[in-house]
Design a protein around this ligand. Structure first.
Ligand code: NAD
Length: 465
């Protein structure tokens, strides 16, 4: 099987083992070579070269002898398979770089993915079953550490927080070999494959981008950033580096909301016409360490409200325009509005409403209602019951049927399980950087509308993935 498309890098599939040799320069080539038997890696590499040449790419064999593979005919199993590679794909994009520097890049990138450099120019790789992880920001980050602890495919290597006493305590609790106060000190560690960024919002863009450029896959807490520019920079960085990236919109992993998504997709409520979600959560005593949340740059409709905005986007699709109103009656010592109501128009002619109150006097809620032509769903991630009224379920008068759901409104463990699976099995991340960036832009458009007293168009960031 040979396929050429405009994806990055070279993928060699051999007896079910998949290795990605990322090319730093983003050669617009993807090759998949599927073989049931192969006498040597040289043969496999030659096979790839020939197919590439057949498809019009300039291919150069590197100026060293390709090693013979170390597999016995019986040993070609996924777990024992060890590939060695010295292949390099060259295209016009590489003009100006010598073969040696391109080789150095290839070796470097492979080493970042856990390859062992055996001798100059020869890389051997083994399938990684366990990912080394590091967490930056250790308060919400503690939830990430718990999620990684529960995951059988991760090992906690690094922790980072400028608060030294918290750092020492977390290092001891999670037995982390590396503990640093500056995240940059984590990035050179070859055992760290994945970085969770759970620092205050203002640091997300810089820390995530640096981590991806250092070859790490990144899970970033919500909101992806506090501004649209930072989100766009992160989208560009994912494209540039080809790393896996997930934004921690954890409500997508709340069992009730996940069931809503399935019910809507199954057509239980027909075609959606109105969706609403309210995020009411008092922040009176949640100012953040050093009061980072009490900052005029931090828009509460994005900060906590991104949960509700992302939820309606996830279920109803992208919003195109918003009109919003805001007031400031509860947290009067904060520099921002504490209640905002936004009315959205979505691409598929759905109307949506999101209410965010961070000064409310009531327990946390994210009560959400989804109205369709054939039914209605009510779901709150703090309730053990989801309610569905569907034409299929009643004879005469409309009535709600209740479905028990687990209350897990901060299901970081499920979020992490999905991300780890995406990395190990090289599948696309559903809650990706495009989703994160569009949620940021959708929330900030509402804040802008409330400020300026006019409808605002929602910018659609990035290409659908
Ligand atoms: N998914 C959720 O529901 C949820 C819930 C709470 C917080 N969060 C997000 O998690 C992030 C952190 O929030 P929090 O509640 O833990 O805040 P917090 O104020 O309670 O803690 C922030 C931690 O980050 C550390 N820190 C400060 N500057 C840092 C830096 N430059 N690098 C590394 N660490 C730094 C602080 O010392 C502190 O330990 C925010 O982005 C927030 O929006 C998400």
């Amino acid at each position: 099987m040979t396929r050429v498309s405009h994806t990055l890098g070279v993928i060699v599939t051999f007896k079910g083992v998949r290795r990605i040799f990322d090319d730093l320069l983003h050669t617009e080539v993807e090759v998949q070579v599927g073989r049931t038997s192969c006498e040597s890696l040289l043969e496999l590499a030659e096979f790839a070269f020939i197919r590439l040449q057949d498809n019009g790419f300039a291919v150069q064999v590197l100026p060293f002898r390709l090693p013979h593979h170390r597999l016995t005919p019986q040993g070609n199993t996924a777990s024992s398979c060890k590939l060695s590679a010295g292949i390099h794909i060259s295209s016009d994009l590489h003009d100006g770089l010598t073969i040696d520097s391109q080789l150095a890049i290839l070796v470097h990138r492979a080493a970042e993915r856990g390859a062992v450099l055996e001798r100059e120019g020869i890389v051997s790789m083994e399938k990684k079953e366990t990912l080394g992880v590091a967490v930056i920001g250790l308060r919400m980050g503690r939830g990430h550490l718990e999620g990684y602890t529960q995951n059988p495919h991760t090992e906690i290597i690094g922790v980072c927080d400028p608060d030294e006493s918290l750092l020492a305590q977390i290092k001891a609790t999670y037995d982390a070999p590396v503990a640093v106060t500056d995240y940059r000190e984590l990035l050179d560690h070859p055992e760290i494959d994945v970085v969770s960024v759970a620092s205050p919002d203002y640091y997300h863009a810089e820390q995530c981008i640096d981590a991806m450029r250092a070859g790490k896959d990144v899970l970033c807490e919500k909101p992806m950033t506090w501004d649209v520019e930072g989100s766009k920079a992160m989208v560009a960085a994912v494209k540039e580096t080809g790393r896996k990236f997930m934004v921690g919109q954890v409500c997508r992993y709340a069992p009730g909301f996940a069931l809503v998504k399935k019910m809507v997709e199954r057509g239980e409520v027909g075609e959606l016409y109105f969706v609403e979600s309210e995020y009411a959560h008092t922040y009176k005593h949640a100012r953040g360490v050093g009061d980072w949340r009490v900052d005029p740059r931090r828009e509460p409709f994005l900060g906590g409200g991104c949960h509700a905005v992302d939820l309606v986007r996830w279920i109803a699709g992208d919003a195109i325009e918003v009109s919003a109103y805001a007031n400031h009656k509860c947290l009067t010592d904060w520099p921002v509005n504490d209640c905002t109501v936004a009315i959205y128009k979505f691409e598929n002619n759905v109307i949506g409403k999101v209410m965010v109150s961070i000064g409310c006097t009531r327990p946390y809620t994210m009560r959400s209602v989804f109205y369709g032509t054939e039914g209605t769903i009510i779901c709150d991630n703090t309730s053990p019951e989801l309610q569905l009224c569907s034409r299929r379920n009643y004879q005469l008068a409309p009535s709600f049927a209740t479905f028990p759901v687990e209350i897990a409104n901060h299901n970081v463990a499920a979020e992490i399980a999905e991300f780890v699976d995406c990395i190990l099995n090289d599948r696309p991340v559903p809650t990706n950087e495009i989703q994160g960036a569009r949620t940021v832009a959708t929330a900030l458009a509402a804040a802008q509308s409330a400020r300026e007293g006019r409808p605002v168009q929602v910018e659609k960031i990035g290409e659908d993935k």
